[in-house]
Design a binder for this molecule. Structure first.
Ligand code: CA
Length: 235
């Protein structure tokens, strides 16, 4: 875990909150403590934690409602830590998006092992550092694109557009969907923006920009980024 990443503890029991903070600090984790759902939401937005440890019985509601709220926008790992040990409760928590469930009373060593394994699993699942389509490789960490192993000079918008196309390779992407995702809400009808940037990208990545192989036009619908080799296309 990087030193600037931290664990958000959501726990209303002072003794357990304190015990958790001390144990996690001993193992090199930073922590923030929230005692109810309202302050947990605030901490989640402002502190950018790497993982949540969540109690279910909280003064302003059931912890599961917080899981549901967070899952609408984030894949952050969530471990439920609760005294409720019936199967129904465990299944309901996992079904609404928790990654793991530890029952109280708990062993600190076991909880730490669960934290490590959850972080390992979720980081492997969510982080795609690079993506390659034929001769193009995009590096999402460095925000760089290589064409035939040569670094391409792209503007930030060109990069964002190419990243979005490559992440959705081989799918037909409607104009409005691309505009909304890359430029944002309110830009859905700015067709000229999209055309301009598609043309600019084609000049940089296509061998012949008038007969594109990567970014193909789907007449009156949108564009498609083709990641298939010629052999696959013929099938
Ligand atoms: Ca509680």
């Amino acid at each position: 875990m990087k030193p600037n990443e931290l664990i958000l503890l959501i726990e209303d029991d002072d003794a357990i909150g304190k015990l958790l903070s001390i144990s996690l600090h001993e193992y090199g984790y930073k922590t923030r403590l929230a005692k109810d759902i309202t302050s947990a939401k605030r901490e989640f937005i402002t502190q950018n934690p790497a993982l949540l440890i969540l109690d279910l019985g909280l003064p302003d509601g059931d912890g599961k409602t917080l899981i549901q709220t967070i899952r609408k926008e984030s894949k952050i790992p969530i471990i439920v830590l609760s005294a409720r040990n019936d199967e129904k409760e465990i299944i309901a928590s996992l079904d609404c998006g928790a990654d793991d469930y530890v029952t109280k009373p708990f062993s600190t060593k076991e909880l730490l092992a669960r934290i490590r394994s959850t972080l390992r699993r979720t980081q492997q699942k969510t982080v795609h550092d690079t993506l390659t389509c034929k001769d193009i490789t995009i590096d999402f960490i460095k925000k760089e694109v290589l064409l035939d192993n040569v670094l391409l000079r792209l503007t930030p918008t060109e990069y964002n557009l190419l990243a979005f196309l490559m992440q959705n390779a081989n799918k037909v992407l409607p104009h409005q969907h691309i505009l909304k995702t890359v430029w944002g809400l309110g830009y859905q009808h700015q067709m000229q923006y999209l055309r301009t940037y598609i043309n600019a990208l084609r000049k940089k990545i296509e061998k012949n920009s008038t007969r594109p192989e990567y970014i193909t036009t789907e007449s009156s619908i949108g564009y498609r980024f083709s990641c298939l080799s010629h052999k696959e296309e013929e099938q």
